[in-house]
Design a protein around this ligand. Structure first.
Ligand SMILES: *Cc1c(COP(=O)(O)O)cnc(C)c1O
Length: 465
């Protein structure tokens, strides 16, 4: 496998792009990322002609894979050929809005924007404007894009900007708490209840290793926000139209948020974001309300066509059956491999999301040490693992792995993140499998993937773990 072209391109890129990239995480691949020339089905081909099975899928937007089905491609090409955009409304915006309103019960009205970041920024502003309150509660390790109100770390007593360039006085209004921790939420509402505009959370932590909510957690968030007159915002930029099919993760969990942010899949591979919710709240956006919100490119016809045709195709074909079925096979296969070869590790994910988290401890005190590879520990471990969640952690209290599986971002951070990135990722790549750049980013199954891709990938895991 040569990488001469990628190396040369990265060399050029370093002269003109900071870190050689346009989004920080892409530079996580060392010594340099490979440059993609094109995609094909569930694969990408790099600048040197190397072909990889691609489980990154653009970091989430590509539900259908790289080869867009004919009606989707035709819809995009038609819009692009009619002139890219106009600065006045178009029918396709209404079509996509109607589609989302029809399929996501909590959404009565929706505003389209151009990225997930813009969606969460506008949702936070809307929540503040609507409630007249300042503070928002977020989950530690949750990701809501590159925006001032959520690039905050620490805890509710001592929030700090997690990036240079953000005033401390902004961070003061953000209260980070651990995911899955009801007591922490009770505490912040006790201390700040009257000034909390919203709780903003991903339904499943999708940017920090994939952490599934414990049974009842979202119902609890729904109740306590209602009690205090705060909004519940689900950030479904990753999970929207991926988990729970066209009803999104909120339908899977049976919880109705006040606002939902969308991105990724809803634009069919083009830059997009959206804020949906109860009409009475969404109407507070300008021009009907006093919360300013606008964008030159918002509701871009080509993006709207890509999103609409993608979702229509998913509605009319067995897209979710296909991606969720392959996701299930991957997670089951990984669960077996992990039980056998690395019993302290945890398989996570649901529907078409998957990840193996390199947790350091497992049931029966199984610990990942070099001796484990052939030692007695292994037998002991696999015996006690028979009753575990078979296709990805469900936070089931009766599962033998329950006490060891990550419940929040702190647990994922304590995993063997360096081993994942520096050793494991590279071994997978050498076997032509492209996984996300680090332990934290999620991996995705697309409609373009095949059973063969799954089997080859499981073989590679067997070799690399
Ligand atoms: C990707 C992501 C965002 C940010 O979306 P961009 O389009 O990258 O700005 C926000 N929230 C979640 C949950 C995401 O996964």
């Amino acid at each position: 496998m040569t990488e001469d072209n990628s190396r040369e391109l990265y060399d050029r890129a370093l002269s003109v792009l900071p870190g050689g990239v346009n989004s920080a995480v892409r530079a996580a691949i060392e010594p340099y990322p490979f440059f993609v020339r094109k995609g094909e089905g569930g694969h990408v081909i790099d600048a040197d002609g190397n072909r990889y099975i691609d489980w990154v899928m653009g970091l989430g937007p590509l539900l259908l894979g790289h080869d867009l089905p004919e009606p989707v491609r035709a819809g995009i090409q038609r819009k692009a050929s009619e002139g890219p955009m106009y600065g006045t409304p178009t029918e396709v915006e209404v079509d996509l809005a109607e589609f989302v309103v029809r399929h996501v019960p909590s959404v009565e009205k929706i505003r389209f924007v151009n990225s997930g970041t813009e969606a969460t920024t506008s949702a936070v502003r809307l929540a503040r404007g609507y409630t007249g309150r300042n503070k928002i509660v977020v989950m530690q390790g949750g990701y809501h894009g590159a925006q001032e109100s959520t690039l905050v770390e620490g805890d509710a007593d001592d929030p700090k900007p997690s990036s240079a360039g953000i005033p401390e006085s902004f961070a003061e209004h953000t209260l980070p708490v651990p995911f899955n921790d009801e007591d922490a939420i009770r505490d912040v509402f006790e201390d700040h209840g009257d000034d909390i505009a919203a709780v903003l959370t991903e339904p499943i932590l999708g940017n920090y290793g994939i952490v599934y909510p414990e049974e009842g957690y979202h119902e609890f968030l729904r109740e306590i926000t209602e009690e205090h007159g705060s909004l519940l915002i689900f950030d479904e930029v990753i999970t929207g139209f991926r988990v729970g099919g066209l009803g999104c993760a909120q339908s899977e969990f049976g919880v109705t948020p006040d606002l939902t942010t969308f991105g990724k899949i809803i634009g069919g591979g083009f830059p997009v974001g959206a804020i949906g919710g109860r009409a009475e709240i969404i109407e507070h956006f300008a021009p009907t309300g006093d919360v300013f919100q606008a964008g030159t490119f918002s509701g871009h016809p080509v993006t709207m066509a890509a999103g609409l045709e993608t979702l229509k195709f998913a509605a009319e074909n067995d897209v979710y059956g296909h991606v969720n079925g392959l996701g299930d096979r991957l997670r089951r296969g990984l669960t077996d491999i992990v039980a056998d070869q690395a019993p302290s590790y945890t398989v996570t994910g649901t529907d078409s999301m998957f990840k193996v988290i390199f947790t350091r401890e497992g049931p029966s005190g199984v610990q990942r040490t070099p001796e484990d590879a052939s030692g007695d520990n292994r037998e002991q471990g696999s015996d006690s693992l028979e009753e575990q969640c078979p296709a990805g952690c469900r936070q089931d209290p009766t599962c033998p792995r329950y006490d060891y599986s990550p419940k929040n971002a702190g647990d994922v951070k304590n995993a063997e993140t360096e081993r994942w990135r520096r050793i494991f990722w590279r071994q997978m790549k050498e076997q032509d499998v492209f996984l996300s750049q680090n332990q934290f980013e999620c991996q995705f199954v697309s409609y373009g993937h095949t059973e063969e891709d799954v089997e080859e990938t499981l073989e590679a895991y067997k070799d690399a773990l």
